[in-house]
Ligand binder design. Sequence first.
Ligand SMILES: NC(=O)c1ccc[n+]([C@@H]2O[C@H](COP(=O)([O-])OP(=O)(O)OC[C@H]3O[C@@H](n4cnc5c(N)ncnc54)[C@H](O)[C@@H]3O)[C@@H](O)[C@H]2O)c1
Length: 346
Amino acid sequence: MKWALIGYGGMGHWHVSKLKTLPEIEIAGIYDILPEKRAQAEADGLHAYPTLEALLADPAVDFVTIATPNDFHKPIAIQAMAAGKHVISEKPVTLSSRDLQAMIDASRKYDRVFSVHQNRRWDEDFLVMKQIYNENMLGRVFNIESRVHGSRGVPGDWRNTWLQGGGMILDWGVHMLDQLLQLVDDDVISTFCTVSHVTNDEVDDGFKAIITFGSGLTAQVEVGTSNFINLPRWYMQGENGTAIINDWALNGEIVKVSDWEKRDAVPVVTAAGLTKTMAPRTEETIKRYPLPTVESDVRDYYRNFVKAIRGEEKQLVTHAQMMRVVKLMEACFKSAEENAVVHTRI
Ligand SMILES: NC(=O)c1ccc[n+]([C@@H]2O[C@H](COP(=O)([O-])OP(=O)(O)OC[C@H]3O[C@@H](n4cnc5c(N)ncnc54)[C@H](O)[C@@H]3O)[C@@H](O)[C@H]2O)c1
């Protein structure tokens, strides 16, 4: 299969470096709107097409990845599918569910495989949490918290602009909401979201969403860019235990109750009173476990896409999944704008 890249920026380089290691995919070349990026590609030993039209007219190219700023995903994807190419769009696939529907319609009309690069489904921290959840290690899970925190504000590029699809809901939120919907196999029944504008007025530089599923399970998804002390990456509560992943290095643990009845504790005395309710459990009534280990290779995303083109496998990131994530982001924006709970079923 021959592949070409559109948009040779930060993520474009990442795609090239990964695909160079996959023998089943040959790199035909790249196109970038900036001549200096095309010159860079030539210097890196890649063929640079002079125009997008030239790339799309190359019959050798089977499929393309679009790694441009977010507002270009839709027009380029539709143009590429009309030219007979299968398409991977970088995330967020596009900026609204209406635009996504137009892209899905194009994929049906031109009979092309069309997907979005939800590469963070292969993140180990997510896969560890998924295993804990799927194997019911904590008993019935009633709360999941997923956070990423930085302290540098929104990167100073197109991510600062609303028209180009900037802001953290569309940048990081899209990954975390996709992960959440992969984790919990249930309908979302309500969404409440607040956004922050600490460093940026035009787009959200962070957000907090509380998402409730049909079963009553709640999730908190949070992105912050003004956090000089980070909260844990993941925190999951089940009836019989709690799991935590503190950081990208996967430091964390599972703590489970071993004797629910032995609840007696030495009260904690604070300056203004004492509490037994909030006193820590004694070590003999809990058991600590290391986090499970998982194997992951993000290149499986591309392996699957190629097999989907050949009709050998179903595509892993489906249109229905893409639509749910975009609708959930829309619910977050609506909730933040109206300062109200959005009751749309997703
Ligand atoms: N999946 C991930 O983990 C991940 C990580 C980072 C970025 N991304 C996504 O990748 C995309 C690119 O992000 P980035 O960080 O690489 O941005 P970037 O600004 O570093 O690169 C974008 C590139 O696209 C080029 N470009 C702009 N308009 C173009 C057009 N109309 N046609 C062709 N080229 C054009 C720019 O010149 C630039 O080289 C975004 O959609 C972003 O959300 C995904």
